[in-house]
Each structure stands twice: as structure tokens, then as C-alpha cells.
Write a protein that binds this ligand. Structure first.
Ligand code: SF4
Length: 356
């Protein structure tokens, strides 16, 4: 008889549920643990892959449950080695993820970094005026497995294209990660677990536009990953104009929340600061940024080059002004790095993701 009811996504189930499911289908409890290992340790995306389960059991699983893996819908490679992927979700929605190769100086030596930039939502509700994703409506949150799949696929591409695995993960793609809190933390739990992908939480950075309540919640949950705040302006009124979320999450409220986060986790805090022509690059802006950094323990700054998008009126800061701004930060002992934009020719750079 053909089944008509919807099959459940097997990857939405925890180990206890998998054990119970195995028993319901007449198998011993430990089969649940085996399934869990196939799903998260070996990144299986089909029941056929679970070769230590009997054919009959796999057949029964297939009748009751399904996988909803991501597939690569399109892939583009930049002249600088950046790779942008458009991922298709099981329901036809698409999101983008980016692989960014770079060389960093760390502890007096140069090391190759392979960073995966992940999406956490289909679209975004926060409408930052300089961001291509902000011009899309929010359609839905990504499931933990859909976030996890981006890591698996970008890691595979990293090995194929650049011959080395991912070293870092940033949640700076489409969506506001802290508005998909449970699923983002669920994905990170699987990405960092020894019986998952076993990637250190210290190599993961979650970037938020600034939701004070959720930053405090990260502190309460004592997360081990790093936090970045997309700051982009140090004056409340001006920041609210480019990032409407600031209207309900003032800079003072964010500073308090970041201090709370630091007290609870000791985690690294980075301010992301895109320099815009004529908007946030003056000496007064630099002074306010220094003052703000002094209010947040161990805060550092990433200066990001802006990538103009068709729908917004902003332009990037000129090199001379950018250098002056960064020099001012250095003179005042603020740790600041300039992040050169990568993948501009394929619209994969920061703020450009919009499923073109
Ligand atoms: S910058 Fe981030 S939070 Fe703002 S609209 Fe873009 S994706 Fe959303």
C-alpha cells in the first residue's frame, strides 16, 4: 500500500529519538546510535549509505523517514580563488554559501586559511540598507542539517579546488543567525562534536547585526565560538538609518550585552566595520570607534571594503581615507585588520549575496 502521510526528516531527530525509532521498527536500540553516526559523523544523505544496517531495515526507514539534503544548484569561481555556491533546498528555496581562501599571519607565520561563509536563513528580515540580502524578504529559517550540509559541501570543494580542508567557519552569509538561534546552535553543536565534523568552536564566528537579548542568551548558554558584531557606525541615529535593528537595540544596550557575553564566555569579540564613502570614515568616527572598543573587553576591529550593489546608493571609502582611519585605530592601540574583499567578480563578497 502506498504511504500518503508525510515522511519525517530523519536529520531533525536526536539520538534518543533515533533509538526509539529503531525500536519501533523492530530493531535493537543501538541501531539508533549507528544511524546517528552515519548522519553526523559520515555525513550520509541517504539510507543506502548506511551499509551496516540490513536491507530490510533500510527499506522500513525509507518508508517512514526521509533526507532533505542540499544540492548545488550553481557554482562560480572567482579569479582570486573564492567559490560561490547556490544551494537548492528540498522545498525549492535557494541560499548561498562562499568558500574564501586567504593567507593570514598567525603567531609570526603565514598560514593558509579556508573559510566557509554560511547562510542561516532564506532571505533576511533586518533590511540593512547596504546589503543585497536585506532587499529580499525572509522566507524561512534554515534547519540545522541545512547549515551543516553547507559546511560539508564547501569542505569538499575546498579539498577539490585548493587541496586543503576548511579551517574556519563564519556565519556571515544570508540571514541573521541570532534570529534562527536554536537551529544555528544545533548546527554548530553537530559541526563541533567529536562524533560530528569535529571542528573546533574557536574556529567558528557567528556574526550578528546586533540583537542585545540574543547576545545575552549566547552568554547564558556559555557558547565556545567567537562573536562578531556588524557595527558599521558608532552613532545611534546614523546607525539606525543604515541598520534599522539599531532602533530597538541601541549601541549602549549592545555594549552591555557584549560585556555580559564576555563575562560569561571569555569569547573573542570583533566589530565588523565597513567603510563607506562620506558616511563613517571621518576622524570623529574613528575616535568614537576607539572609545567604543575601550568599553568592550578585548574587542578588535575588522575593517571591510564595501562592494557596491545595484540597489543601494553607497560607495566604498577611498584607499587614502581608509588608511588614515586604520592608522588612527592603530595609534590608539586598537587591534584592527583590513579585510580585503574577495570574490567581487562573482558577487560573492560581503553584502553581495542575493541569489542572482
Ligand atoms: S547585513 Fe546581515 S542582518 Fe543585515 S540585511 Fe544583510 S543578511 Fe540581514
Amino acid at each position: 500500500m502506498e504511504r500518503t502521510e508525510k515522511r519525517r526528516d530523519i536529520r531533525s531527530m536526536g539520538i534518543k529519538e533515533l533509538e526509539a525509532a529503531a525500536q519501533e521498527l523492530g530493531e535493537p536500540k543501538f541501531r539508533g546510535k549507528q544511524m546517528h553516526e552515519w548522519i553526523w559523523k559520515h555525513s550520509a544523505t541517504s539510507f543506502e549509505a548506511m551499509t551496516n544496517l540490513s536491507n530490510a531495515f533500510r527499506q522500513k526507514l525509507q518508508e517512514h523517514y526521509e533526507f532533505r539534503p542540499l544540492t548545488i544548484d550553481a557554482q562560480q569561481q572567482s579569479t582570486d580563488g573564492t567559490v560561490k555556491c547556490r544551494f537548492k533546498l528540498f522545498d525549492g528555496n535557494v541560499v548561498e554559501g562562499v568558500l574564501i581562501p586567504s593567507t593570514e599571519r598567525a603567531e609570526d607565520r603565514l598560514s593558509d586559511r579556508m573559510t566557509a561563509c554560511l547562510s542561516s536563513q532564506v532571505g533576511c528580515s533586518l533590511n540593512c540598507s547596504f546589503c543585497a540580502t536585506g532587499f529580499m524578504d525572509l522566507k524561512r529559517n534554515l534547519e540545522p542539517a541545512e547549515i551543516y550540509d553547507q559546511v560539508v559541501m564547501l569542505n569538499r570543494i575546498s579539498q577539490q579546488v585548493h587541496g586543503s580542508p576548511l579551517t574556519n567557519i563564519v556565519f556571515m552569509g544570508m540571514g541573521e543567525p541570532l534570529l534562527n538561534y536554536r537551529n544555528v546552535l544545533g548546527a554548530i553543536e553537530r559541526i563541533t562534536a567529536p562524533d560530528g565534523l569535529n571542528i573546533s568552536a574557536k574556529r567558528i564566528t557567528v556574526s550578528t547585526a546586533g540583537i542585545a537579548k540574543m547576545i545575552r542568551r549566547l552568554g547564558d548558554d556559555e557558547v565556545r565560538f567567537n562573536l562578531a558584531l556588524s557595527l558599521h557606525h558608532t552613532h545611534d541615529e546614523a546607525r539606525s538609518k543604515i541598520m534599522p535593528i539599531n532602533e530597538s537595540n541601541s549601541l549602549d544596550a549592545l555594549v552591555d550585552a557584549l560585556n555580559y557575553f564576555y563575562d560569561k564566555t571569555g569569547g573573542r569579540i570583533t566589530f565588523e566595520y565597513i567603510l563607506f564613502d562620506g558616511l563613517n570614515e571621518s576622524k570623529e568616527d574613528a575616535e568614537r570607534l576607539v572609545q567604543l572598543c575601550r568599553r568592550v573587553p578585548a574587542a578588535r576591529v575588522n575593517i571591510i571594503e564595501y562592494n557596491p550593489i545595484d540597489m543601494a546608493r553607497f560607495q566604498k571609502s577611498e584607499q587614502q581615507r581608509r588608511e588614515r582611519f586604520v592608522d588612527y585605530l592603530h595609534q590608539h592601540r586598537v587591534t584592527a585588520k583590513v579585510r580585503r574583499s574577495r570574490g567581487k567578480d562573482i558577487d560573492a563578497a560581503c553584502g553581495q549575496l542575493a541569489n542572482k
